[in-house]
Every structure is written in C-alpha cells, then in structure tokens.
Design a binder for this molecule. Sequence first.
Ligand code: GDP
Ligand code: IMO
Ligand code: MG
Length: 427
Amino acid sequence: MMSAVVLVGAQWGDEGKGKITDFLAEKADCVVRYQGGSNAGHTVEVNEEVFMLHLIPSGILYPRTLCLVGNGVAVDMENMLEELDGLKKRGIDTSNLRISKRAPLVMPYHKKIDELEDRTANIGTTRRGIGPTYADKINRVGFRIGDLVDEPAAFVERFKAQVAFKNRIIEEIYQEEGFDYRLLLDQLMDQVGLLKPYLADASLLVYNCIREGKKVLFEGAQGTLLDIDHGTYPFVTSSHPTAGGACVGTGIGPTYINRVLGVAKAYTTRVGEGPFPTELNDATGELLRQRGAEFGTTTGRPRRCGWLDAVVLRYAARVNGLTDLAITKLDVLDTFPRINICVAYHYKGQLLNEFPENSEVLANCNPEYIELPGWQEDISGVTRLEDLPENARRYVAKVEELCGVPSAIVAVGPRRAQTIVQHRLFG
Ligand code: GDP
Ligand code: IMO
Ligand code: MG
C-alpha cells in the first residue's frame, strides 16, 4: 500500500514543522524537502540537544531514513556544506542525503541582489537570495547544481555571461562592488566537488520509494500564507509551500499523495513585513513572544505574535486540501485566563468569512473574536488527549470545528515526548 503524506505550514511559517517532521520521521522511510531554501529554519529538539535545520530535511536524525532535497529547493552550496559539517561534528550520519541535480543554485550575487532589492521592496526577506534565485529560474537564466558536474564547459560559458550581467546591475544601478567571475567559479567548483556524492535524480528516488510501498513524508518549508500565489502577496516568499508544491518540487504526480497534514500553532506568528489581522502589539503579544520563545531561527528577529486566526486556517484547509491538523505549542497558552480565536473579519462595514485575495484589503480587516476560557495549568507533561484539562480539550475541539479538519497531533512542548497522537498518518 502506498503511503505519502505532505506536511505544510498552515500559517506564516515557524509553526513547528521541524518538530512534527522529526516526530513522524521515526516511522517514515523517506523525508523530502520540495521548496524554499536556507530561508527556512526548522528546529528539532532531542533530549538536551537542539538542531537547527535550514536546507537538510528534518528526518536526518534517523540514520535509516532517506533524506531528499527536491528540484524545487533553492540550494546554497555554502550553507549546505556548513550544515552537513555541523551535523557530522555532532555525530549525525548524513550518508542518506540526496540532492536533486535539477535544484536551482543560489549564487553569491543572488544574496547581494536580495539585500539591495529589499532596501526598496521592504518585504523583510531573510537575505538568503531566495527571490533572485527563483526569479532567474523562471527567467531561464539560472543554474542547476547538476550543470556544474554534467557538461561543465557549457556551464562556464553561460556563467561568465551571467556574472557580467549581474555585475552591471550591482555596479551601475546600486553603485556597489560586483563579483570576480574567476573567484566565484573556483569557489563553486570546490563546493560542488564536496557535494558530488550526494547528487542524484531525486524524482526517481521518490517515485521508487512510493512504488515500493514505502512511507514518504514531504516536508514543507515556510507556510501557506507565504506562498507566492496563495499567500499575502507581495509579502510572501518566492516558492510554493502549499501542498501542490510537493508534486512540482519533487517531480511526482498528485495521484501519489494520500494525506495532507497542516501544522498550525495554537496562536499566530509572522516574521517580516505584511498584513496580520490578529497581531497584538501589547502585553498579551509580548507574553506570547516570551512564553513561545518567538525569535527567528534563521535571522534571530523577534516574531510578531497574535491570537489564532481561524479564517487563515479555513483558507489553509481549502488551498492545501488538508486531511489532518497538527496543533503545536498549545502549552504556550497555559497561563492565559482567556483565549481569543478570530472567526471572521470586519472590513468597511462588511463581515468577511473568506480570506481576502488582496493584501491591502487584509491590512484593513479587523478580527471578529470568540473568547474561550483558558485552563491555567501546566500541560507540558501530558501525553494523552484525555489527560488534558477540559478547557484545553475544548480549545482543540473548537479549532478542529472552525477549520473542519480533525487533529492527528497536538504538541505540548518542543521535545519528541511532548507530542499527543490522536490518530496515525501512515497507513
Ligand atoms: P518551523 O520553521 O515550522 O520548523 O518552526 P521553528 O523551528 O522555526 O519554530 C518553532 C519553535 O517552537 C522551535 O523553537 C521549536 O523547538 C518550538 N516548538 C515546536 N513545537 C512546540 C510545542 O509544542 N511547544 C513549545 N513550547 N515549543 C514548540
Ligand atoms: P520556516 O520554514 C517564517 C519570510 C521572511 C519574509 C518573507 C520573504 O522556518 O517556517 P524570503 O527570504 O523567503 O524571500 O523572505 O518570508 N520567511 C519566513 N517566515 N518562517 C520561514 O521559514 C520563512 N522563510 C521566509 O521573513 O517576510
Ligand atoms: Mg522556522
């Protein structure tokens, strides 16, 4: 029986995807990243150890799990090598990692242009070169990691022309120093030499796993509301975190996917600019930030915090076709006497039940809240749903009801053991 699950962030990223992926990876044969790049920061806590993963799938801590970086992932070889090195130094076996030869390469000039462009665009990007890398891919002037090893002479010619072009943008428009093409080339060739053993046809590997009835988990990065098409454009990332991205980002057809798990925090956070209707710029927001340790994994920026937004979750359920939810960080709400959930938006005298298509409209929406009683009890040691305080169970049931999706997992802390399983995802 085939068994493939796509895991997606249901909000604006940092929902705890790393923790849930690691938890499910114990049972998975293969974990696949399908989009994003080192803009992602996925945290996995195992006993006293904390691992921050950016490009490598969060299944890497299980030595028998095949970990794939799909063609949809923007690969920064420098970051990849650093991450591999860090894991190896901590005794983690990375020999089960494979990287698609079709993955677009993040070049040093992409990072530079990302920084320069964001000075006027003000998206608040992670400066990891993500937007410019995908822009070049779509514009057909990018490079794939496999280009450096198969037919390198053709690569060198195209690369030389591309560096000259990018230098004109950097030097003439931004009056900053460009790049020396020879130095870049040497650097890239050294890096790809070290990564060569990991390069493979990832699409074929995923396909074979699925055909053999193995358990495959697709690990989304970012979140639904950061999707380039379905998110809060232009305050989004440049890839497709939504479930459909798993197919194009790995090269397998939609008929192979069985379930889609949406990971949602019990409240909401967002890093960077853009509309956020339930944001709390007060002591309650600050309390969520402190209790939830809401500071960026990749950039260290404080995350903006607010109540749970069920309009967002209903939308995420729709555009991803969610079959299951993982509700994370429920323990962060332990001390709150009352908890709000946004159920609709007020916009210019109207009540909106559906997530608006325009970010300017969203920026002018005010939340309609329902208030639920808190439980004011430490739940971080609870391992079974029936042992949660009644009000915590009611909160979970309310979230399920509002978005019409049952929860498979409830997380009450960052560790593996702090995970309540309601139903299994792999057949
Ligand atoms: P990701 O990008 O979706 O993987 O999420 P991040 O790793 O960026 O941020 C989630 C943070 O919350 C990490 O520090 C996790 O260790 C932590 N975390 C995950 N689940 C829980 C939970 O249920 N409770 C608490 N208190 N922390 C959690
Ligand atoms: P994970 O996988 C939260 C945000 C940035 C910025 C916008 C565009 O850890 O959930 P980019 O560098 O992608 O061009 O930045 O997207 N962003 C994230 N926010 N979690 C992430 O990843 C993010 N990756 C990008 O803050 O607002
Ligand atoms: Mg993160």
